[in-house]
Write a protein that binds this ligand. Structure first.
Ligand code: HAM
Length: 420
């Protein structure tokens, strides 16, 4: 038997209501903040991600689905959306159409990570990117939107962590200070951290190795070495969050796994999902647009993992998606009425009524069971004595009330169903 590839999942019809609920909450919050949807291709030239996310990151170094297509071009399935959105922004000169572009997206991403609870190889993100302004209010807006979405889903066990990575000049200066601090401990570092010491030293703060953690406990923190402009920017973000009542914590050890960040970075973590606890992450990236060949324009954004969010919602039992219902189930009481029933069902459907009927030659009892299983609001009973008198019976399944109609009085039956 052929099974789904490791780390990928099917979303079955029974899972769809909660996905629909999540997606509609996401869209309604983004619309409240006036973000417009953008859709970009699932695959891009490999170079885009290598340059955008950074050669030294885990994503680019270890996790991308990269292959040569039949013409020999190196293609990569998108591991995230920011690089693709920025590419599209540059390619279509969106900055010429308006000074600030507030964009959002929902879609599948691909990373070849070790699968575990809340971590998949094909997963889904929603996210937002605001391109064209350095206003700290937009940094805060990303956090506020993420928090609002989580709140509308009823999630409670949340922690917002924010940090600032400053600008490259202060960061380079700090990296040297960190190197000096780490040099005497170098021999004790894990082999992964020894590599990162050269390539991506900030990521040592993310190490799960006990030996590394002990050493990093006393490491100097970037926030102590930030320049004034970065500190001012960070202060304004914090003020904006305070003024909107979003609880947050400054975590000076929060470094993100992507290289493009400047200034603010943040994550929202959930206490309800085990080790893969980051529901979303994001931050400002003022150099990325230029780095990818575009104008010198700043950007800020975030992305959230939808599987993880739904896992948190399930564990917290935070919302119950509405049961899917159909308007009408048509029950045949006798054989030989197929043409009348089928024709009438199609007429109802053309009038916007959701209708189902029996396609399996079931008994009347089994048809009634099916009507219940599909949560039909009404049942139309066709056949028996009534039908020989030229009538049909409409039963309201909520209160059991039955109404008799002339079988040709389609409009009246339609009205009666629509009234509810
Ligand atoms: P990221 O932190 O790599 O950031 O991913 C954002 C979120 O996607 C994570 O917090 C997590 O919830 C989810 N996620 C990541 N990998 C997986 C996985 N393998 N399985 C399930 N969920 C996963 C970004 O992607 C940046 N593009 C965010 C951003 C946008 N920064 C600025 N703009």
């Amino acid at each position: 038997m052929i099974k789904a590839v490791t780390g990928t999942r099917d979303t079955l019809p029974s899972d769809i209501p909660k996905w629909n609920y999540l997606e509609s909450s996401v869209k309604s919050v983004f619309s409240n903040f006036n973000y417009k949807e953008i859709r970009t291709p699932v695959f891009e030239e490999t170079n885009l991600f290598a340059r955008g996310i950074g050669e030294a990151t885990d994503i680019v170094g270890k996790e991308m689905y990269t292959f040569l297509d039949r013409s020999g071009e190196s293609i990569t399935l998108r591991p995230e959306m920011t690089a693709g959105v920025v590419r599209a922004f540059i390619e279509h000169s969106l900055d010429k159409k308006q000074n600030l572009n507030k964009l959002f997206y929902i879609g599948a991403m691909f990373r070849q990570e070790r699968p575990q609870a809340g971590r998949f190889r094909q997963f889904h993100q929603f996210g937002a990117e605001a391109l064209g302004s350095n206003d700290p209010l937009l940094d805060a807006e990303m956090i506020i939107m993420a928090y609002e979405i989580f709140s509308r889903l009823g999630l409670k066990n949340l922690l917002v962590k924010i940090n600032s990575l400053g600008v490259p000049s202060s960061r380079e200066n700090y990296k040297n200070i960190l190197k000096q601090y780490l040099a005497p401990h170098f021999a004790l570092l894990s082999s992964e951290s020894k590599k990162r010491f050269e390539t991506n030293i900030l990521r040592l703060f993310d190490s799960k190795e006990e030996a590394d953690r002990k050493i990093m406990e006393n490491a100097p923190l970037l926030i102590e070495y930030l320049d004034e402009e970065s500190l001012n920017h960070f202060e304004k973000v914090k003020q904006a969050l305070l003024s909107t009542g979003i609880p947050f914590e400054v975590d000076a050890r929060l470094v993100r796994g992507l290289d493009y960040y400047t200034h603010t970075t943040f994550e929202v973590v959930s206490g309800s999902v085990g080790s893969q606890s980051a529901l979303c992450g994001g931050g400002r990236y003022n150099l990325l647009v230029k780095e990818l060949g575009g104008p010198d324009l700043p950007g800020v954004g975030f992305a959230a993992g939808m599987e993880r969010i739904l896992l948190a919602c399930e564990n917290e039992k935070s919302f119950e998606p509405e049961e899917e219902k159909i308007d009408l189930y048509m029950v045949a009481l006798d054989k030989g009425l197929e043409n009348f029933i089928y024709g009438t069902a199609v007429k109802f459907r053309r009038n916007g009524i959701s209708v189902d009927l029996d396609y399996l030659g079931r008994s009347v009892k089994a048809q009634m069971r099916e009507a219940n299983r599909t949560n039909a609001k009404y049942v139309l009973l066709v056949g028996g004595e009534e039908f020989s008198r030229g009538e049909v019976v409409l039963k309201n399944m909520a209160n059991g009330e039955q109404k008799i109609f002339d079988k040709n009085d389609f409009e009246k039956i339609l009205l009666s169903i629509k009234e509810n």
